[in-house]
Design a protein around this ligand. Sequence first.
Ligand code: NIG
Ligand code: FE
Length: 408
Amino acid sequence: MTVLYRGIGELVTNDPSQGDGSALGIIEDGAIVVDGDRIGWIGRRTHAPEADLCADFGGSSVIPGFVDSHAHLVFAGERSAEFAARMSGQPYAAGGIATTVAATRAADDATLTGGVDRLANELIRGGVTTFECKSGYGLTVVDESRSLKVARTFTRETTFLGAHVVPPEFHEHRDSYIDLVSGPMLNACAPLARWIDVFCEKGAFDVDETRAILQAGIAAGLTPRLHAGQLGPGAGIQLAVELEAASVDHCTYASDADIDALSAAADTTVATLLPGAEFSTRARWPDAKRFVDAGATVALATDCNPGTSFTSSMSFCIAVAVRDMNFTPAQALWSATAGGAAALRRDDIGVLSVGRSADFVRLDAPSYIHLAYRPGVPLVRDVVAGGLHLPHQPCQPAHLVPSSNALH
Ligand code: NIG
Ligand code: FE
């Protein structure tokens, strides 16, 4: 079955060989033919071939589906009081993770699955067609592996983050926890994950511990990615490059030498910036221009998690990235789509061209620039992933019943 989508006033392809020849490869008055789950044809509407079905997008902008390459979705509870305390002046510390660990351990599988389902629906409603999902709030063999089992029912991009922090019961025996994470916990989790991640930061794991854990993960067949440079400078970004990690995430405190290393490794290691974390911890903003001008590959992701970035909205992240992190709207959109795909080492998504996955989003706007220009406005209209219109549940109004039937 083929479907022709036409009436696309502005079609962002991320393929520089298309349209205006820019990095976004923008085609004016474009059309897409979807053949099964793939793009069968893409170009100017006037050249479009016939198809079995047809939809008219009425002049809207169409962009590639967002690729969220960094999300922590498996957890229980929430930490709004901690957020309120930060907004009253308290600093963020890695130790807050333990609060969510306690709630996650106490939750049953159905609760964890329900939580991911809710956030996955939010992500899809916001135009995300591929997302990564980390463990990291279980921190026992059983709780990390069940977190990954839950995550796997929603995405193939699962990440083992047993090295999120050292849990309280190991505070007197740090080395034993590192042995556990790189031994029995890794053995249980490696078959359930594609990636291994470590939070390389003061209050979490130092660079030598991070290296040892990631090397054990590599030996178990996982590909590394890192959290580094979020709370202060350190050697984590250089370690990511050394280990040929797929991405190094946060990079808020990247030094000039870090940026040089990332630019030399642009084909291997993506710098992922996470505006939601800076927003929600009231931290300093990284300057995306430094990364882009140096030639580093840059992704934008939500970092959706209950502690430091409880947003699932890529549109929000783009707006903040443009307003406060010195991205141009074009760079921000590229980073939230093709950049995320690069961070997940996926060449089937993030770009709209023949043969790639039919993952795209119709905006209620004439241009992608509106994602930053109209902050906070729900502009995502149709979400197509693998050729299917994803059912995203609109919020249902409360059901009104006669008060004589209501329970008191
Ligand atoms: O990416 N930095 C480490 N992990 C999360 C924070 C997790 C939490 O505070 O619960 C992050 O910001
Ligand atoms: Fe994170």
